[in-house]
Design a protein around this ligand. Structure first.
Ligand SMILES: [Ca+2]
Ligand SMILES: [Ca+2]
Ligand SMILES: [Ca+2]
Length: 509
């Protein structure tokens, strides 16, 4: 049972959910079933090697095996029993003249990463391997420069591969969707293969729009599949080479999910394991109250809370568990206040309690003065071992994205209610009671930064006045270990402002 020492005055929430539909500017796309669907070009280029670029928009729905990258194995072949789902399968090096000194390069793509494989005689190593979250439509580009691949995700370089020992590494541009060594599962759109190594700027500048023959680099395109056809068994190549491709075993035409507004594309983030806890609920006063299971990463940006510059937003995050391992989760919340596509600007980490927690955690975020109107992305993360960065994959935990809409005036609230929210900082809860091996003191009404800057002291004492625990409350939610304290009646004293408040707590086993 939860005991409230003083009465909470603020945090009056009304819940309303608004939804917005993401747009698309990609026309049609193709979805491969991961079993036998494929798309074969009539030509495989034999003059493009060592420097080239493969890029596409992908939305994979199955995992791949992400190996440790190396330059000497045959892990891309079926012998190892891994799950190699080839978005583009690399033909055997012998096709280009010499299987021992040549290779070609293709890639596997899953919702957990990307591997680039080279293929020659007893040679099929993952020369680049990246573990990361790819959920929802995502742009990927593999750039080979002097036989060394680099991977870009949403226009940002995320991994550098090893330099090939092969004399020539040819681009793979004929077997899309995979083959005997494993099939890609998921959707794909805007496949472009270039005979040159594109720079990051060149990728970013082109990834979010269709290309025409007026593009300054158009002459270097050797395959360009828009995949916009609505029927038929072939797809057109919009490069000057006319490498028409035919569809095998019925890839399905679906609506593309290339974002309508590509000016702001976010880094990916998320975890691959929820067994040490995940995000069970995120709620925003006057906004939404959203529960979910474990998905590693999930985009809930259709859930929106509206606020205004200088105003507070009341939020809560509740960890959830499938297993008994409740060792606690570090909560970290980011907001891209200036909407420039990152969470790296000053003040964009808005909440990061220093202690891991198992319990519902309430806090307030104040919208910076001068924040422009419009939708801002909020990224909520929990991680078992430390605070999660805003970008990148991590092991145990979860990441979820939500939206904050900034209006000129916050609807439904006035200044008096804001003051009430600030006053709520004198509220402390001690629970559970009775406690077994731990109890928690939860402090409401302040954001985490204010809690750190204005710590208060607490003691746990027995009926004779002997102090057993003495600590500073420097976080909104703080746990105390009672496993070494004998069962009995105790008193928690919190020295808040002028007068201490005392709560009776029972420890029982
Ligand atoms: Ca398309
Ligand atoms: Ca979740
Ligand atoms: Ca930013």
């Amino acid at each position: 049972m939860k005991r409230v020492i003083t009465i909470l005055t603020g945090l009056v929430c009304l819940i309303a959910v608004s939804a917005q539909t993401p747009g698309s500017n990609g026309g049609n796309a193709l979805r491969f079933d991961g079993v036998d669907d494929a798309m074969l070009s009539v030509n495989q280029q034999t003059t493009v090697y060592n420097n080239f670029t493969i890029e596409a928009w992908v939305n994979p729905t199955a995992a791949i095996t992400v190996y440790n990258q190396n330059i000497g194995s045959t892990e891309g072949s079926p012998f190892y029993g891994g799950s190699n789902r080839y978005l583009i399968f690399p033909p055997y090096g012998g096709y280009f003249g010499n299987a021992d000194t040549y290779a070609s390069a293709g890639l596997t793509v899953g919702n957990n990463g990307v591997c680039v494989f080279e293929h020659g005689n007893y040679y099929m190593p993952p020369i680049l391997a990246w573990s990361g979250i790819i959920i929802g439509w995502t742009h990927i580009a593999v750039v080979y420069t002097n036989r060394q691949p680099e991977l870009y995700v949403n226009g940002v370089k995320v991994k550098t591969g090893l330099t090939s020992h092969r004399l020539k590494v040819f681009v793979a541009d004929s077997e899309f969707g995979g083959g005997a060594y494993g099939h890609y599962q998921g959707s794909v759109d805007e496949i472009r293969i270039w005979g040159i190594a594109l720079s990051e700027a060149q990728i970013k500048e082109r990834m979010c729009r269709r290309l025409t023959n007026t593009d300054a680099l158009f002459q270097h395109l050797i395959n360009y599949y828009r995949l916009d056809e609505s029927a038929g068994d072939s797809v057109m190549d919009y490069s000057s080479l006319g490498n028409t491709a035919v569809l095998l075993n019925g890839p399905v035409r679906v609506e593309s999910g290339i974002p309508a507004d590509c000016s702001v594309l976010y880094c990916t983030a998320g975890a691959d394991n929820g067994n040490k806890g995940f995000i069970g609920n995120v709620a925003a006063c006057y906004g939404f109250d959203h529960s979910s299971g474990f998905s590693g990463y999930a985009d809930y940006s259709n859930f929106t809370v509206t606020s205004a510059p200088g105003k507070l937003i009341g939020l809560s995050i509740t960890p959830a568990y499938n297993l008994a391992d409740h060792t606690g989760l570090y909560i970290t919340v980011y907001v891209d206040w200036n909407a420039d596509g990152d969470f790296a600007d000053a003040g964009e980490m808005v909440f990061a309690p220093t202690y891991p927690t198992n319990v519902k955690t309430k806090f307030y975020v104040r919208v910076p003065a001068g924040t422009t109107a419009g939708t801002k992305k909020m990224r909520v993360t929990v991680r078992s071992d430390k605070h999660a960065a805003a970008c990148g994959a991590f092991g145990f935990g979860e990441a979820e994205d939500y939206s904050i809409n900034i209006a000129e005036e916050r609807p439904g609230l006035n200044a008096i209610e804001d003051e009430a929210v600030d006053d709520a900082g004198k509220t402390f809860s001690v629970y559970p009671n009775p406690a077994v091996n731990q109890f928690v003191i939860e402090r409401s009404g302040y954001n985490e930064l204010m809690a750190r800057q204005a710590p208060v002291q607490m003691t746990l004492s027995d009926v004779h006045g002997k102090i057993l625990i003495k600590a500073s409350l420097t976080s909104l939610v703080q746990q105390f270990n009672t496993s070494n304290i004998a069962p009995g009646v105790y008193f928690v004293t919190i020295f808040n402002s002028d007068h201490p408040v005392v709560s009776r707590i029972v420890i029982s086993r």
